[in-house]
Design a protein around this ligand. Structure first.
Ligand SMILES: Nc1ncnc2c1ncn2[C@@H]1O[C@H](COP(=O)(O)OP(=O)(O)OP(=O)(O)O)[C@@H](O)[C@H]1O
Length: 310
């Protein structure tokens, strides 16, 4: 559905997007992640035909975004970061107007507006003036606008920006539902959200792709994937040395604590689990264990590991 090849955007001497390439298959939900200023919006604006690239190629649904822009754009529903809406019209009027702009007429237009209202949970709000809507409902109107001509691809730039946790949950559910019928490229900062909805994740930083894989693979391949957390009482140096001698243990980190309970993070080879061995050592040497569990890595930790500045 999306093919991006060596795409670059420079603003003067500053390179905002630096030679990136990635593909998004039909029906995939792809999370496009990166810290502030990573180049996400710039990339999405190029893909949606709003910004010309400095160099490189991109195609949507088989159409070259830069040479065949109109056809490519017909395949896209784009929800920009700050949805521009007219305040002094009613929700349904606004969507009818947008349907008209997208070339829909008569019964077709009415049906599409009805479907978009339904899909985005806006039926009961259809007569409300846009200026009286909460931020969450304004986002829904932006989403309804993006899907009004039922495009195969939805490009959503920070759809949950500025929403409260309940609104975030309901937009997340909506994205999941939309993913059943559409290919979706969604940029967001909320990683738990991506972990729940995306089949694939592209992480960008300083205009470059740092990783592109399924959330599961990214988590599995993390440096500290699946490490063990141990809270124990005994002689710190002896315990640390014993833990370091366990097969498959790569590193043992003693974390600071404020009590006489010691806290260790035990980094193991990926795919191994040394908890039984730790328990055996504890009973052999008489250490008191308060907790011993496997830490499940999250996409947030992958993101921090790949993009942190220090
Ligand atoms: N028109 C412009 N002129 C000059 N620099 C720009 C312009 N637009 C964006 N930039 C710069 O390009 C870089 C990438 O910006 P972009 O908005 O694409 O990042 P982003 O990943 O979407 O960030 P955020 O998460 O904060 O929205 C930033 O350093 C930004 O300041």
């Amino acid at each position: 559905m999306i093919e991006v090849q060596n795409l670059t955007k420079r603003y003067g001497r500053f390179t905002a997007v630096n030679n990136i390439s990635f593909e998004v298959g039909n029906g995939q939900v792809v999370g496009f992640l990166g810290p502030n200023g990573a180049g996400k919006t710039t990339t999405l604006r190029m893909l949606t035909g709003f910004l010309p690239p400095t160099s490189g190629k991109a195609s949507i649904n088989g159409f070259d975004v830069f040479k065949d822009s109109i056809k490519a754009r017909r395949s896209i529903g784009y929800m920009p970061e700050n949805v521009p809406l007219y305040d002094d019209v009613r929700v349904k009027e606004y969507l009818s107007f947008r349907a008209h702009l997208k070339g829909l007429r008569g019964r077709d237009a009415r049906n599409h507006v009805g479907d978009a209202l339904e899909m985005c949970g806006l039926q009961h709000m259809r007569r409300r003036m846009i200026k009286t809507l909460s931020k969450g409902y304004r986002q829904r109107v932006g989403l309804a606008d993006a899907l009004i001509n039922q495009p195969p691809l939805l490009v959503l730039d920070e759809p949950t920006n500025g929403l409260d946790p309940n609104q975030i949950r309901s937009i997340r559910k909506l994205i999941k539902r939309l993913g059943e019928k559409h290919t979706i490229l969604v940029s967001t900062h909320i990683l738990s959200e991506v972990e729940m909805v995306a089949d694939h994740v592209v992480i960008v930083d300083s205009g470059k792709i740092k990783a592109s894989d399924t959330p599961e693979n990214l988590i599995r391949n993390m440096r500290a994937a699946g490490h063990i957390e141990l809270e124990v009482r005994g002689d710190a140096a002896i315990i640390q040395a014993a833990l370091e001698r366990i097969d498959n243990v790569k590193k043992v980190i003693a974390n600071p604590t404020h009590t006489d309970w010691l806290n260790f993070s035990i980094l193991c080879d990926s795919g191994t689990d040394s908890r039984e061995k730790v328990a055996q050592l504890a009973s052999q040497y008489g250490w008191q264990i308060r907790s011993l569990h496997r830490h499940k890595s999250t996409l947030e930790e992958v993101f921090v590991e790949l993009t942190r500045q220090d």
